[in-house]
Structure formats: structure tokens, C-alpha cells
Design a protein around this ligand. Structure first.
Ligand code: 2RA
Length: 336
């Protein structure tokens, strides 16, 4: 059986990656429809040996579509997802719009595949920084019972889309040319800088990005885990890094954790610091793995451990996880 698939936001950083991975993973596609804004319609994009033309997303655009990948911001998802469901398709949404909605399963296939069974038309893809953190922590939680997580993220600019990638490249070129680089689409320039400000600040002093990690961890992994997060944007194009400190209920040691992680599907352990072996963004770029290194005891607390986690935020952090959800959907529900 093959499926009719749509990508909403096919020209964005994540939408383009979804298209690429649908081919790479040989997803069973009968027809692919590329949907976007009015100004973004009528554009020719190659898919396999076909030239597709982008069309405007809206009423009627989802008729006959089985699965729609939404790779747009939360406002567009909020407006279009109900239309897509009305027209009979299942929406896999990459935005934060529906993630905390009780009717919407929030899925990382390696962690909570069974949650997909209760979907009512929308399945939410977790935030990139949540996905890589929970893939790394799932085996540890199952064996040692995590009670607290303190995480600092070092997130690449591709997380905020194509415009931010272009801006970082332009700022570096301007810097080399001796031009002023202080103006920016961020509150401050991102090149040669670090910004503790991803998504909006809210009244409790945290950003929405940091609260996503707190709330999504509770929904996906375990509501009893306490999370304290700091999300930082750094001048890297692709690949999010995270420094994660955990405290577990059971006694924990780095060697056993290293062995446990190396057996978990989707994780690669790179951990030999004396030989400069640890994960870095350029290791992770364009691969499907969550890389873990710098696995070491936190000597300052009982059952404490520090780890360093790196993953390609456009792949496992977004497009790959979304496609793995679609693979789960056709296996478990649409009975492919
Ligand atoms: C970011 N996680 O990195 C957010 C959205 N992709 O900007």
C-alpha cells in the first residue's frame, strides 16, 4: 500500500529535510503534495524523478491526503491542522501548537510508541532539544530512575529556520569584510556571541523553549521528573548540544551507563576524552544518531551524573522523528 502525503512548509529548513528523508528512508509514497503560503505557491521543486509545483495550503488542499507533515510555525498549524483533519488526513505537527494538548500524543518512537494509538487526527513532534535529551535519558531512567534533570543547551541557528542560517552566514561575511554586524533579526547579533534567549520569555523568568523541555519531559517520559533548563543560541549552523546533569534514585556509575547507552537503538556513545573523543556538532551533522559523551560522575550530589549530548536538530530533532512517527503510524494503525 502506498500513501498520499503532503508537506506544509516544504520550502523551509525542516520541510526540505522531510522531503530528503522520505526518499532516503523509501517511505511508501503514492503522491506527494507540497503546500505553502500564497506567495510560495507555483514554485517547482524536484522530488525523486518528478517536478512538483508548490500549492497554497488551505481549504480543499488536503482532500485525498493520508498523512500531512506540518513544518510551519504554531500559528499556521493552529489554523490549518483542523482543516486538514476535516478533510480526512492525519497531521504530524512539528510546531509547539498541540504538544501539551491532552488529546494529542507527543511521540518519540524509541520511548512511547504506544501513545500513538490514542491519536485523534493530530500527532505532535516534540521540540528538538527535548527529543535528543530524552533519547539519551530513556535507558538511564528505565535502569536508575531519574528524579531530577538540570540541562543547559547550546542550540544551532538552524533551529530557528532558514532565515537565521542565512543571517549567520551573512554576518560572518560582513565581519570578514569589516562591515558592522551589530544589527540582527535576533535581539542581538548571533555571530561570535551566545544568546540565552530562545523563543519568548514568560512571566516566570524562563523562555518558552526552556519550559518545553520541562513540560514535554513530563508528558513523554515521566511526570515525576523535575527539570531545570537553560536554552542558549550559539553561532553553529546545524547540531544542538546539551550539557545534562541528572540525579537518580538508584546508585549509578559511568561505566554501566556507557554500556547501557551503547546498546540503545539510536544512540552512539563517543566517550574517550583523553583521546579527544567526544561528540561535537560536526560529528552529528547529517546523521540520525543522538551522540553521548563526557559521561562522568557528579561528585557533588548523591547518585549524580553529567553527560554531553549532541544531535542534528533538523534530522532526529525534527524531520527524522516526524517520519519515524509516520512509519509507526502506518505500521501500527494504517496497517501498511
Ligand atoms: C529552536 N527548538 O531551536 C527551537 C525550534 N526548532 O529554535
Amino acid at each position: 500500500k502506498k500513501f498520499n502525503v503532503a508537506i506544509v512548509g516544504a520550502r523551509g529548513a525542516v520541510g526540505k529535510k522531510v522531503m530528503e528523508l522520505l526518499v532516503e528512508r523509501n517511505f511508501p509514497i503514492n503522491k506527494l503534495k507540497l503546500l505553502g503560503s500564497e506567495e510560495g505557491s507555483g514554485i517547482q521543486i524536484k522530488f525523486k524523478d518528478e517536478d512538483l509545483i508548490t500549492e497554497q495550503a488551505g481549504k480543499g488542499a488536503f482532500k485525498g491526503i493520508d498523512i500531512a507533515f506540518f513544518c510551519v510555525n504554531k500559528e499556521i498549524s493552529e489554523k490549518l491542522a483542523p482543516i486538514a483533519i476535516d478533510e480526512g488526513c492525519i497531521v504530524i505537527d512539528n510546531s509547539s501548537c498541540f504538544r501539551m494538548n491532552k488529546e494529542v500524543p507527543l511521540i518519540i518512537p524509541e520511548i512511547n510508541p504506544h501513545d500513538i494509538d490514542f491519536h485523534k487526527g493530530i500527532i505532535a513532534n516534540p521540540n528538538c532539544s527535548t527529543i535528543q535529551m530524552l533519547v539519551a535519558l530513556k535507558p538511564i531512567h528505565d535502569s536508575y530512575n531519574i528524579k531530577r534533570i538540570v540541562v543547559s543547551t547550546y542550540q544551532s541557528v538552524s533551529g530557528s529556520g532558514k532565515k537565521a542560517i542565512d543571517e549567520l552566514n551573512d554576518q560572518v561575511k560582513d565581519y570578514i569584510a569589516g562591515n558592522d554586524i551589530s544589527n540582527s533579526i535576533y535581539p542581538y547579533q548571533i555571530s561570535f556571541n551566545a544568546l540565552p534567549h530562545i523563543d519568548d520569555f514568560i512571566e516566570n523568568g524562563y523562555t518558552k523553549e526552556e519550559m518545553k523541555m520541562v513540560n514535554e519531559t513530563k508528558k513523554i517520559l515521566d511526570k515525576n521528573i523535575e527539570v531545570s533548563a537553560t536554552a542558549v543560541r550559539i553561532p553553529v549552523i546545524k547540531g544542538h548540544c546539551e550539557s545534562i546533569n541528572i540525579q537518580t534514585k538508584k546508585k549509578i556509575d559511568p561505566e554501566s551507563v556507557k554500556e547501557l547507552l551503547s546498546k540503545f537503538k539510536g544512540i552512539k556513545v563517543l566517550d574517550d576524552p583523553l583521546n579527544n573523543l567526544y561528540p561535537i556538532p560536526i560529528t552529528a551533522e547529517e546523521t540520525d544518531y543522538v551522540y553521548v559523551g563526557r559521561i562522568r560522575k557528579d561528585f557533588t550530589i548523591k547518585n549524580g551524573l553529567n553527560i554531553w549530548v549532541v544531535s542534528d536538530n533538523l534530522r532526529k530533532g525534527a524531520a527524522l522523528n516526524a517520519i519515524q512517527i509516520a512509519e509507526l503510524l502506518i505500521d501500527r494503525i494504517l496497517k501498511y
